[in-house]
Design a protein around this ligand. Structure first.
Ligand SMILES: [Zn+2]
Length: 104
Protein backbone atom coordinates (compact mmCIF):
# COMPACT_ATOMS: atom_id res chain seq x y z
CA UNK A 1 0.00 0.00 0.00
CA UNK A 2 1.34 3.43 -0.93
CA UNK A 3 1.06 6.57 1.25
CA UNK A 4 -1.31 8.00 -1.37
CA UNK A 5 -3.62 5.00 -0.98
CA UNK A 6 -3.57 5.41 2.82
CA UNK A 7 -4.51 9.10 2.50
CA UNK A 8 -7.09 8.40 -0.22
CA UNK A 9 -8.90 5.75 1.84
CA UNK A 10 -9.30 8.25 4.70
CA UNK A 11 -10.28 11.03 2.30
CA UNK A 12 -12.89 8.88 0.57
CA UNK A 13 -14.70 8.29 3.86
CA UNK A 14 -14.98 12.06 4.41
CA UNK A 15 -15.99 12.58 0.76
CA UNK A 16 -18.79 10.00 0.97
CA UNK A 17 -20.07 11.63 4.16
CA UNK A 18 -19.99 15.06 2.44
CA UNK A 19 -21.89 13.72 -0.59
CA UNK A 20 -24.50 11.93 1.54
CA UNK A 21 -25.10 15.05 3.65
CA UNK A 22 -25.31 17.18 0.49
CA UNK A 23 -27.90 14.80 -0.96
CA UNK A 24 -29.87 14.94 2.31
CA UNK A 25 -29.67 18.77 2.24
CA UNK A 26 -31.13 18.80 -1.27
CA UNK A 27 -33.84 16.28 -0.32
CA UNK A 28 -34.69 18.36 2.75
CA UNK A 29 -34.89 21.52 0.65
CA UNK A 30 -37.24 19.80 -1.81
CA UNK A 31 -39.47 18.40 0.94
CA UNK A 32 -39.49 21.49 3.14
CA UNK A 33 -38.39 24.50 1.06
CA UNK A 34 -39.08 27.29 3.53
CA UNK A 35 -36.12 28.08 5.83
CA UNK A 36 -35.32 27.39 8.56
CA UNK A 37 -35.28 23.65 8.02
CA UNK A 38 -35.22 23.11 11.79
CA UNK A 39 -32.96 20.92 13.86
CA UNK A 40 -32.44 18.39 11.03
CA UNK A 41 -30.75 21.09 8.97
CA UNK A 42 -28.62 22.04 11.95
CA UNK A 43 -27.50 18.46 12.52
CA UNK A 44 -26.74 18.03 8.80
CA UNK A 45 -24.72 21.25 8.84
CA UNK A 46 -22.68 20.04 11.83
CA UNK A 47 -21.98 16.69 10.16
CA UNK A 48 -21.02 18.48 6.92
CA UNK A 49 -18.72 20.90 8.77
CA UNK A 50 -17.22 18.02 10.75
CA UNK A 51 -16.44 15.98 7.64
CA UNK A 52 -14.96 19.01 5.86
CA UNK A 53 -12.87 19.89 8.92
CA UNK A 54 -11.66 16.29 9.20
CA UNK A 55 -10.64 16.19 5.53
CA UNK A 56 -8.89 19.56 5.52
CA UNK A 57 -7.33 19.67 8.99
CA UNK A 58 -6.93 16.13 10.32
CA UNK A 59 -5.85 13.85 7.45
CA UNK A 60 -2.08 13.82 7.69
CA UNK A 61 1.01 12.39 6.09
CA UNK A 62 1.61 8.80 7.26
CA UNK A 63 5.31 9.56 7.85
CA UNK A 64 5.63 13.08 9.29
CA UNK A 65 2.01 13.35 10.51
CA UNK A 66 1.62 16.95 9.40
CA UNK A 67 -1.91 17.54 8.02
CA UNK A 68 -2.07 18.15 4.26
CA UNK A 69 -4.63 20.93 4.65
CA UNK A 70 -6.51 21.80 1.48
CA UNK A 71 -3.90 19.90 -0.56
CA UNK A 72 -5.47 16.66 0.70
CA UNK A 73 -7.78 16.56 -2.34
CA UNK A 74 -4.86 16.87 -4.79
CA UNK A 75 -2.90 14.27 -2.82
CA UNK A 76 -5.82 11.83 -2.80
CA UNK A 77 -7.04 12.42 -6.33
CA UNK A 78 -4.02 13.61 -8.36
CA UNK A 79 -5.94 13.51 -11.65
CA UNK A 80 -8.25 16.39 -10.64
CA UNK A 81 -5.45 18.88 -9.95
CA UNK A 82 -3.54 20.94 -12.50
CA UNK A 83 -0.30 20.17 -10.66
CA UNK A 84 -0.43 16.67 -9.17
CA UNK A 85 1.46 16.35 -5.89
CA UNK A 86 4.03 13.55 -6.06
CA UNK A 87 5.75 14.00 -2.68
CA UNK A 88 4.68 15.16 0.77
CA UNK A 89 5.29 18.95 0.90
CA UNK A 90 6.54 18.64 4.50
CA UNK A 91 8.88 15.62 4.51
CA UNK A 92 9.30 14.83 0.77
CA UNK A 93 7.95 11.28 1.20
CA UNK A 94 7.24 9.82 -2.25
CA UNK A 95 3.47 9.32 -2.13
CA UNK A 96 3.61 6.46 -4.64
CA UNK A 97 6.35 4.48 -2.89
CA UNK A 98 5.73 1.34 -0.92
CA UNK A 99 4.50 2.05 2.61
CA UNK A 100 5.63 1.31 5.26
CA UNK A 101 9.17 1.82 3.98
CA UNK A 102 11.09 -1.42 3.73
CA UNK A 103 14.59 -1.56 5.16
CA UNK A 104 16.51 -4.48 3.71
ZN1 LIG B 1 5.14 14.00 5.26
Amino acid sequence: MTPRQVVRSRCEKALWLLLIVLALFIALALIKPAPPAGWIGGVLFLVFAGAATYANWVIDCPKCQVPFGQMVWQVSFPSIGLMPIKVCPHCALDLDSEWPLRRD
